[in-house]
Every structure is written in structure tokens, then in C-alpha cells.
Design a protein. Structure first.
Length: 347
């Protein structure tokens, strides 16, 4: 009989009047509830009413206002960390040292490169499976796009482009997605620029007003991410090959292809969009399936670390005014350091 795992949520998300809610903790919790081999046994949140709201909604037996007390009392096998990024490193470390088998954390990884690396190192030392929720890898439009990028439809892939509001909170998704679309190829260097003016905090972290990150994969493919206001490139993501172009859009139709073989764009039908909590449930199903096996989860920390390195390398390139060859050697966030020193303006 397949093993059943005990799961817990740290960071419930906010409860709102009328039974509405917001927060990724709800999506993670539903993913555990829906899984036949998982029992969701506890929810911890520093706002007790938020934990109680989610627990009552899903029939979870215990709530806590401290994740440490929860870890000691419940001793869960699986934990989702759905708190602000500045808390991730400490909470993930606590979970790993408490004997949790698998930790599934929200993104972005952490405010600094050192903290991101530390989480991975601690979990590796403790034998803990660590994943980060770049859940869009599980959605149909992106899976279809990756297949078309490598089956000859657009020839040989040469360039990947994307646009989003910022490098850290949303950009972590698109950096991860560009790596996914290029079959997890390593990255050699990054050159970028950011402007701190016009940015605003997201989940407690400052973000740039505008940003630009250009990088080279080891297979010669180039990547480009443009962020902030006036960042539109005509698509959410664009894949350029030697024989054509593929674009990913929101709203539908989400995938379209233009090639030399026909006139005009060909719309590729997909049943799913670019967003959806079903992707979180699939991520949880995947990480549960990997427990006790040698298979690496799709959202493995190793992959999250690569996309996170792109964020901090872009910041570092802007600070040094030159290309940054990887691996990244500095440990801070150049953006946060220079904001705190007053060298970069946030307004």
C-alpha cells in the first residue's frame, strides 16, 4: 500500500469578508487535500484568524500561530512555505532541521543570493527534498511551446524573449520558463541594467521600475527579459528560430506560430491558459511522486537556483556596469545594497 504523508502549510494567506481569500497558501492547501496520499494536518500563520479561516474551509484539524510550535507538535512529512520571501530562509532551515521530508516553498527564493544558496545547502545536508513553486511549467501552453520549439516547427531555436512587471517577483517565473523552454541548458553570462525609479514593493521587497536582462545559454541561444513600465514586446514570451517565430500570449489564443512554410500566424489550440491553481496541484503531485525515488522533481531547488542566479546577476551587472560571468560570486543583492546606501533612487 502506498505511503500516506502528513502535510502542513506555513502562511495561510489572508481571509476576507464574505468568505473570499487571497494567498498561495490556499492553492497549496487544496493541492494537498486533493492528493490521495496526503493528509493536510495543520496550518500555521502569524495571523491566527487566517489559519483558522483556511482550516475551517478545508477541514484541517489544527492551527498554530508559530511555525516552530507546529513543527514540534505535528511533525509533518511535507511542508509548504507560503510566506513573504524575507522569511523563507529561516523557515526552510527550521523545517529541514525538524526532520521534514519535503519542503515546497513559494517564489521568489530569497532577498539575497546568499540566502537562496543557504536554503539549498541546508536541505542537501539534511537529505530534504526542496522545491520552489514555478508552477507554470505544468500548464499546457508552455508544454506545447517547448515541444514546438524543438520539433523543427520554427527551425533551430536561437532566441528567447519575455516581458513582465519586474525581475524578482514575476521575473523569477519567466527566467525559469526560459530555462524550461531551452531544455534546462546552463547559462554562461548575463548583462543587464535596472532603474530603481518607479518601482514598488511586492511581498515586502522593493522592485525596480524598469529592468533589462540579456544572457547567453551554453548552447548559443540568447535570452532577453524586459521589465517594468514601457516593457511591452508584443507578446508575453517569444521564441525565435531559424525558420520561424512562436509567441505566447494572454488572453487566448495563447500560442501562435509564424513560419516560412505558410502565410500568416497559425493559432495553436490549448485547453488551458497561462495561469491557474491546477498547476499548483500538479506540482504537489509531482513532488509527492518523487519522494522515496531517485527522480528529481520538476520544480527542484537546483532549477530554481539557476533562475534566481539570473536575477541577482542582472542586479550585479547593473552595479558593476559590465557583463557578469557565471557562476555569480557576490552574495548580496546589489539592488537592495545600493538602495540602502542611497546610490540608487527608488523614486
Amino acid at each position: 500500500m502506498a505511503k500516506t504523508y502528513r502535510a502542513a502549510i506555513i502562511g495561510a494567506g489572508s481571509a476576507r469578508q464574505g468568505g473570499q481569500y487571497w494567498g498561495m497558501g490556499h492553492g497549496h492547501a487544496q493541492g494537498y487535500v486533493d492528493h490521495p496520499r496526503v493528509e493536510l494536518v495543520a496550518i500555521a500563520d502569524i495571523q491566527p484568524e487566517n489559519a483558522r479561516f483556511l482550516a475551517e474551509k478545508l477541514g484541517v484539524p489544527e492551527t498554530f500561530d508559530s511555525h516552530r510550535r507546529m513543527l514540534k507538535a505535528v511533525q509533518p512529512d511535507l511542508v509548504s512555505v507560503c510566506t513573504y520571501p524575507a522569511t523563507h530562509c529561516a523557515i526552510v532551515t527550521d523545517c529541514a532541521k525538524a526532520g521534514v521530508k519535503a519542503i515546497h516553498s513559494e517564489k521568489p527564493m530569497a532577498p539575497t543570493w546568499a540566502e537562496a544558496q543557504r536554503m539549498v545547502a541546508v536541505c542537501e545536508a539534511q537529505g530534504v527534498q526542496l522545491t520552489f513553486n514555478h508552477q507554470r511549467r505544468f500548464l499546457e501552453p508552455f508544454r506545447v511551446a517547448r515541444e514546438l520549439a524543438h520539433d523543427g516547427t520554427i527551425g533551430e531555436l536561437r532566441r528567447l524573449e519575455a516581458t513582465c512587471p519586474n525581475l524578482m517577483d514575476w521575473g523569477t517565473h519567466w527566467f525559469d520558463m526560459l530555462c524550461f523552454l531551452n531544455n534546462e541548458t546552463d547559462i554562461e553570462w548575463v548583462i543587464g541594467q535596472i532603474d530603481g525609479r518607479g518601482g514598488h514593493p511586492v511581498f515586502g521587497l522593493p522592485h525596480e521600475g524598469q529592468g533589462l536582462s540579456h544572457f547567453r545559454f551554453a548552447n548559443g541561444v540568447r535570452g532577453l527579459l524586459v521589465t517594468g513600465h514601457d516593457a511591452a514586446i508584443g507578446a508575453d514570451l517569444r521564441l525565435i528560430g531559424t525558420e520561424g517565430t512562436l509567441e505566447i500570449h494572454n488572453p487566448a489564443p495563447h500560442v501562435r506560430v509564424l513560419t516560412s512554410a505558410r502565410k500568416g500566424w497559425k493559432m495553436i489550440k490549448t485547453q488551458e491558459g497561462l495561469h491557474g491553481m491546477e498547476a499548483v496541484s500538479r506540482a504537489i503531485a509531482d513532488l509527492v511522486a518523487c519522494l522515496g525515488t531517485r527522480r528529481e522533481p520538476e520544480l527542484a531547488a537546483r532549477r530554481a537556483l539557476r533562475s534566481t542566479e539570473l536575477i541577482f546577476a542582472t542586479y550585479e551587472s547593473s552595479r558593476r556596469r559590465r557583463r557578469i560571468d557565471l557562476p555569480l560570486k557576490t552574495k548580496d543583492s546589489a539592488f537592495l545594497t545600493l538602495l540602502e546606501s542611497g546610490e540608487w533612487a527608488a523614486k
